[in-house]
Design a binder for this molecule. Structure first.
Ligand code: HH2
Length: 348
């Protein structure tokens, strides 16, 4: 399977990864990262045909520095100057770590209500996209997700609710029921009607990178350079969305951990994740309970991967990642509070 997604970037293109730091002992010439608490004084210059080179940030091209430093607009009504949590509500019988737990309406509403007190965004999904998952018909996805979204609004929940779907039919029904964000793991490519829906209804949208579809994506995924290839692909996907009329300020991007990636690919993306700030959008990361955490930690049971998931999440916050998508909301909210207190960032 070929990794590049319609990109024609020159081999000598320079990619700029900020070497991100956080804390009060900040040199006078430090540059703020994306208007948040993180900052940088140096960058790593990456290219496809030369070794990486570390240099002072001021040596990087002005346009790249402008995209890295520009404060991000509020996204889904949330300021992007502090780490945010998106809690996962999988209303599926077959999700890889929590399938079948929330298929009964009252249990789902109780869990969602409790979760809403711990996180900034609820992410409701009705189709598993785990490797090898079979597609779910749109009307079945609507039947699984829309009643919970409507019930949450009926119960007075005012915060952001996201619908995790690749289908415009499901997104439309979810928006009508009170969802406010579309989270599309296909980066708006699965359903041709999705781009027009987002351009017309103007919800905030998560554009995620995936190589292939859930049924085939783990069949020997290959990249030329995974970090740069995913960067180029996301630039391409976001560029196409903007060309179709989607407001750039409404786009968050996501490297798609585990979606057509080996454990080594996932680690390369996590180590280099600050590169994606160069796209100029908030970064959302979904690593929670994923298989590479089990592989590295030796934990076969996905529901017991909270410690590894939190370690990855805090490392991402230290790279300025704005939103973390998580299953273990109570534990991660506590970890975030302590991480913020210790690093001197703003409290939630
Ligand atoms: N991962 C999953 C589903 N949706 N959305 C975004 N933006 N980023 C992700 O990494 C992401 C996502 C897969 O995880 P999960 O929902 O827990 O499992 P399943 O697809 O089996 O329901």
């Amino acid at each position: 399977m070929q990794a590049r997604v319609g990109t024609n970037y020159p081999r000598d293109m320079i990619y700029v990864r900020p070497l991100v730091q956080i804390g009060a002992a900040r040199p006078g010439d430090a540059l703020s990262l994306a208007g948040g608490a993180c900052w940088f004084t140096h960058v790593e210059l990456l290219s496809r045909d030369a070794p990486p080179r570390v240099c002072a940030a001021r040596e990087a091209p002005d346009a790249a520095l402008a995209r890295l430093t520009r404060p991000r607009a509020d996204w889904a009504g949330l300021s992007m100057d502090r780490p945010r949590l998106m809690g996962i509500l999988n209303l599926t019988p077959d999700s890889f770590s929590d399938g079948g737990l929330l298929t009964e309406g009252a249990a789902a509403l109780a869990r969602a209500t409790a979760m809403a007190a711990e996180v900034d965004i609820l992410d409701v999904g009705g189709e598993s996209t785990r490797p090898g998952a079979a597609p779910v018909p749109g009307d079945e996805e609507v039947r699984r997700t829309v009643p919970l979204i409507a019930a949450l609004r009926c119960a007075g929940l005012r915060g952001p609710v996201s619908i995790d779907t690749r289908k415009a039919l499901v997104a439309r029904a979810a928006l009508d029921a009170g969802a406010t964000i579309i989270n599309d793991v296909s980066g708006l490519t699965h359903d041709p009607a999705m781009v027009a829906l987002v351009a017309g209804s103007r919800p905030p949208v998560v554009i995620m990178h995936a190589l292939g579809t859930p049924s085939t994506m783990q069949d020997d995924p290959r990249y030329d350079d995974v970090l740069l290839d995913v960067y180029d692909a996301l630039a391409d996907l976001a560029g196409r969305a903007v060309a179709a009329g989607i407001d750039p300020a409404r786009i968050a991007i996501d490297p798609g951990i585990g979606f057509g990636k080996t454990p080594d690919h996932n680690l390369a993306l996590l180590r280099g994740i600050a590169l994606f700030h160069g796209l100029g959008h908030p970064i959302l990361l979904g690593a929670s309970r994923k298989r590479f955490i089990g592989t590295i930690a030796g934990e076969a049971d996905a529901a017991r991967r909270a410690p590894g998931s939190i370690a990855v999440g805090l490392a991402a916050f230290a790279q300025g990642v704005q939103i973390l998508r998580v299953h273990d909301t109570t534990e991660t909210a506590q970890a975030r509070a302590l991480w913020q207190a210790v690093t001197g960032g703003t409290r939630p």
